[in-house]
Design a protein around this ligand. Structure first.
Ligand SMILES: [Ca+2]
Ligand SMILES: [Ca+2]
Length: 496
C-alpha cells in the first residue's frame, strides 16, 4: 500500500516550488470519481468550439466495466459532466482503449474496445449525454484478436485503424464510414505485419498510418483508404516495458501543409526517450530518428505530437528523473515546441503544476495508461493526462495560448527590434525587416480602436518580408498592431 503521510508531506513542501510553467494554466482536475474511486487510465479528448470531451479507461478494467466520460463547456476551465459509460449489451467487463471525435454537425463519436474481441462505434447527438447508433467496426467472423484502435473523424467520415492477430485477417486493419459511423467498410492495410497503429488525416484528405512491427513502418492512402502505398521502413524500435509505461502508442502529426512527424518511445540509449522522425515530402523520404526530449536522464514516455493550425509542432510526454522507474518515481508532464517542422525543438516546460506518483496497488494494474494526447485549435494547445497527485489516478487538464507558447519557446525577441515600413499605392503592403526569425501577429484596427481583421499570423524567417494588406473596402485609415513578444508597436496607415 501507499504511504499516505509521506505523500501528503511531499505535496505540502513541494507545492510552492513546483508550478506549471508559463504559459500553461493551473491544472484542472477532470475526474470526480463520483462513480467510484477508480484509477483513471489512458485518455483521448477532442475540442469543439468551447466544448471539450474527454474519456479514458481505468486500471481496474478487468473487474469493473466502465469508460469515464467527461465534458467541459468552458474550454476546459470547469467540467460539468463526468459519468461512467457502460454498454452491458456487449457482455464484456473489459471496456478499454477509448477514442473520442466530433463531426461537422457537432455530434460526438466514441470508439470503445471490449476485451480483445470487439471494437464498437457510438454516436451522441446531445453532447455526450446519451449514446445511440451503435455499430461494430471490427469483424468477429475473422476470429482474430483486436487491439489499440484509433479513430479520426472528419466531416461526415470516420476513419479507424487497429491491429488484428491470430485470425483469418491478421494484420494492420483499417475501416472507413462515409455516413457518420452508421456503416463501416473494412480493409487490411498490411497482411504481413501487425502492431500498434498511429492514424492521421491531412487537410487534403491523405490518410497516414505508422505502425510498429519489428520496427516503425509507414504507409499512406490518397484515395480514402481504398488503396495504400508500399511500406516505408523508418527505423528499428527498441522498447521494454517498466513501471509507469507499457505498450506505448506511437503518434503521427501532419502539418497544415503536409509535413509529417512520427514519435515513439525507445530505449536504445539505455533509458526511455521520445524518438522522432520527420518527412517534408509527404512520406517519400524520412529524416531521423533523433531524441526529442531535451533532458535524457531518467525515463521519458507516452510521447504525443500534434501540429497547430499555424504549422508549429508540439510535443507532449511524461518524464521522471529516475531510472529504472519504480512505484516511488516522481513524474511530470512536459511540452516542447518546434517551429521548423521538427528539425529542432525548444527547451521543455512543465505542463503539470506538481510532480506526482503513479498509483500502483497491484502489479497486474501497474498502469498510467498507454497513451495520452495533446491537440490545438486556433487559440490554444490543450493537454489531458492521468496523474496520481490525489492518491488514485485521475484525469487532469491544462491549456496554453498558442501565441504565448510560440513566443516563450523562441526566446523573447522584441518586436521593437524589427524595422517596419509601408508600401502604399495600388497594392498596399507592410515591409518588414527582421534581425532574426520570429512569430508575428499583425492585426488591423480602425481609428476608434475597433478590431477589423487579422492581417498576418505566423513565423517569419530572418530577412526582408513583404506582407500584402489585401483589406477590402473603400479608402480608409487603419492602424496596424504588430505583436512579436511582450511588447507591441502600432502604426497608422492610409490605404488608397
Ligand atoms: Ca531517457
Ligand atoms: Ca480516479
Amino acid at each position: 500500500m501507499r504511504k499516505p503521510v509521506r505523500f501528503v508531506l511531499l505535496v505540502l513542501f513541494s507545492a510552492p516550488l513546483l508550478l506549471s510553467d508559463y504559459p500553461f494554466q493551473a491544472n484542472v482536475k477532470i475526474s470526480t470519481d463520483a462513480y467510484g474511486n477508480v484509477n483513471h487510465g489512458e485518455s483521448s479528448f477532442i475540442v469543439s468550439g468551447d466544448t471539450v470531451y474527454a474519456l479514458c479507461n481505468i486500471a481496474e478494467r478487468p473487474v469493473i466495466p466502465m469508460i469515464p466520460f467527461s465534458r467541459s463547456v468552458t474550454e476546459g476551465d470547469t467540467w460539468d459532466l463526468d459519468y461512467a459509460f457502460i454498454d452491458s449489451t456487449v457482455n464484456e467487463i473489459w471496456h478499454t482503449d477509448p477514442v473520442v471525435g466530433v463531426d461537422d454537425s457537432g455530434h460526438v463519436h466514441m470508439l470503445v474496445q471490449f476485451n480483445m474481441y470487439y471494437i464498437y462505434h457510438y454516436l451522441s447527438r446531445d453532447g455526450g449525454i446519451t449514446w445511440a447508433e451503435t455499430t461494430m467496426i471490427s469483424d468477429s467472423s475473422t476470429g482474430g484478436y483486436v487491439d489499440k484502435p484509433w479513430m479520426v473523424v472528419r466531416g461526415n467520415k470516420v476513419y479507424v485503424s487497429w491491429q488484428e492477430f491470430q485470425g483469418s485477417a491478421d494484420g494492420v486493419r483499417f475501416a472507413r464510414s462515409d455516413d457518420y459511423g452508421r456503416h463501416f467498410w473494412r480493409t487490411t492495410v498490411d497482411n504481413m505485419r501487425t502492431g500498434l497503429t498511429a492514424l492521421n488525416v491531412g487537410n487534403d484528405g491523405t490518410i497516414y498510418l505508422a505502425y510498429v512491427y519489428d520496427g516503425m513502418y509507414f504507409r499512406y492512402s490518397t484515395d480514402d483508404g481504398n488503396s495504400w502505398s508500399d511500406y516505408q521502413y523508418i527505423d528499428d524500435v527498441y522498447y521494454s516495458s517498466g513501471v509507469g509505461d507499457r505498450a506505448p502508442i506511437n503518434s503521427l502529426a501532419v502539418s497544415p501543409t503536409g509535413e509529417l512527424f512520427i514519435s515513439w518511445v525507445d530505449d536504445r540509449y539505455g533509458t526511455w526517450d521520445i524518438l522522432g522522425a520527420r518527412s517534408t515530402d509527404g512520406g517519400q523520404t524520412w529524416e531521423g530518428p533523433y531524441v526529442l526530449n531535451d533532458v535524457t536522464a531518467g525515463g521519458q514516455c507516452k510521447g504525443w505530437v500534434t501540429y497547430d493550425p499555424y504549422g508549429k509542432l508540439h510535443l507532449f510526454y511524461y518524464s521522471t528523473p529516475d531510472w529504472p522507474t519504480d512505484t516511488l518515481s516522481l513524474w511530470s508532464v512536459k511540452h516542447q515546441l518546434s517551429a521548423d517542422f521538427g528539425n529542432s525543438f525548444g527547451p521543455s516546460i512543465e505542463i503539470t503544476d506538481t510532480v506526482f506518483r503513479g498509483h500502483f496497488y497491484d502489479d497486474r494494474l501497474d498502469f498510467m495508461g498507454d497513451y495520452h494526447m495533446i491537440l490545438a485549435d486556433s487559440n490554444y494547445l490543450y493537454a489531458v493526462w492521468a496523474d496520481g497527485r490525489d492518491g488514485d489516478m485521475d484525469l487532469f487538464f491544462s491549456k496554453a495560448p498558442l501565441d504565448l507558447l510560440n513566443v516563450t519557446e523562441r526566446g523573447n525577441l522584441s518586436v521593437t527590434d524589427l524595422r517596419l515600413d509601408f508600401v502604399t499605392g495600388k497594392n498596399p503592403a507592410l515591409k518588414l525587416e527582421l534581425p532574426a526569425g520570429m512569430d508575428l501577429v499583425i492585426d488591423a484596427y480602425d481609428p476608434s480602436g475597433r478590431f477589423l481583421e487579422n492581417v498576418f499570423s505566423g513565423w517569419l524567417t530572418r530577412g526582408t518580408h513583404i506582407v500584402p494588406l489585401g483589406m477590402p473596402g473603400p479608402s480608409r485609415v487603419v492602424f496596424l498592431r504588430v505583436r512579436g513578444a511582450n511588447t507591441g508597436t502600432v502604426k497608422g496607415l492610409i490605404l488608397r
